[in-house]
Ligand binder design. Structure first.
Ligand SMILES: [Fe+2]
Ligand SMILES: [Fe+2]
Length: 257
């Protein structure tokens, strides 16, 4: 089982630039690289902040670009997204219980794609209805390993400015996870940085966005600066083990030895 995670595309209207970069051109380069090198993956998950400001034009551009992507794709929402506008443009997406959350059963496990968007807030939240949905899906999975994708990390990264705007009710999420004990890995977005670790009995990974990044700010010293470290997507290879690779898709330096 191979799954690609792409995150934080932050698209605006075509031609718009963000931090001096063209987010749509970056996404298109990412799609080209996946099609060229990893078209065999089972699924591509785009884990939120699809648009930079929830613009309809961004969702329309995203839909057009994704039409070229060869593997199947699932989309998630982040704090920069607008749920209603997204669902209006992506009219084929089923909103389970009104949220852009999904349970996908593949060989080697169940994927749960969560909707942590709390409209008007930078931090994320899973309301009672979404926590109940999660509880049901974990209970159904039983001994099947579960892989959770969520925009907002529920774990601390010891990056104070980013930790303040993670999943606001991480304790409630944690209680649900501990009741079932079948979540094996958590894939998060939102932080625009690569980090890996373990939390609540599961391994986790976070990812750079396709456009701009967050500088490494371990000391609490005001707003995290934006950085232009190269964009990345993740390739998770899952069987009895879980391995996550990070592909800098603009890099062309590979050469014969
Ligand atoms: Fe983001
Ligand atoms: Fe975000």
């Amino acid at each position: 089982l191979k799954i690609i995670q792409v995150t934080d595309t932050h698209l605006a209207a075509p031609g718009a630039r963000l931090f001096g970069l063209d987010p749509l051109a970056r996404l298109d380069a990412c799609i080209d690289d996946i099609n060229r090198n990893h078209a065999d993956v089972d699924l591509v998950v785009v884990s939120g902040d699809l648009a930079n400001n929830g613009e309809r034009a961004a969702y329309v551009a995203l839909k057009e670009s994704l039409a070229r992507l060869r593997p199947p794709v699932r989309l998630m929402l982040g704090n920069h997204d607008d749920r209603d506008l997204f669902l209006d443009v992506f009219d084929g997406v089923v909103a389970e219980g009104g949220y852009v959350q999904a349970s996908v059963d593949l060989r080697h496990g169940r994927l749960l794609l969560l909707d942590t968007l709390d409209a008007g807030q930078i931090a994320g939240r899973l309301c009672a209805s979404r926590l109940a949905w999660l509880e049901r899906r974990l209970a159904e999975a039983g001994d099947t390993p579960v892989y959770v994708f969520m925009h907002h990390p529920p774990f601390r990264l010891h990056l104070p400015d980013l930790d303040r705007v993670g999943l606001a009710n991480a304790d409630e999420f944690k209680a649900v996870l501990l009741r079932h004990g079948n979540v094996r890995h958590i894939f998060a977005g939102h932080v625009h940085r690569i980090a890996t670790g373990a939390w609540c009995g599961a391994s986790f990974s976070t990812l750079r966005g396709t456009n701009h990044q967050s500088a490494l700010a371990l000391v609490d010293d005001g707003p995290t600066p934006v950085s232009l470290e190269p964009p990345v997507y993740a390739i998770a290879v899952i069987d009895d083990d879980v391995v996550v690779h990070f592909r800098e898709f603009l890099d062309r330096s590979a050469q014969a030895r």
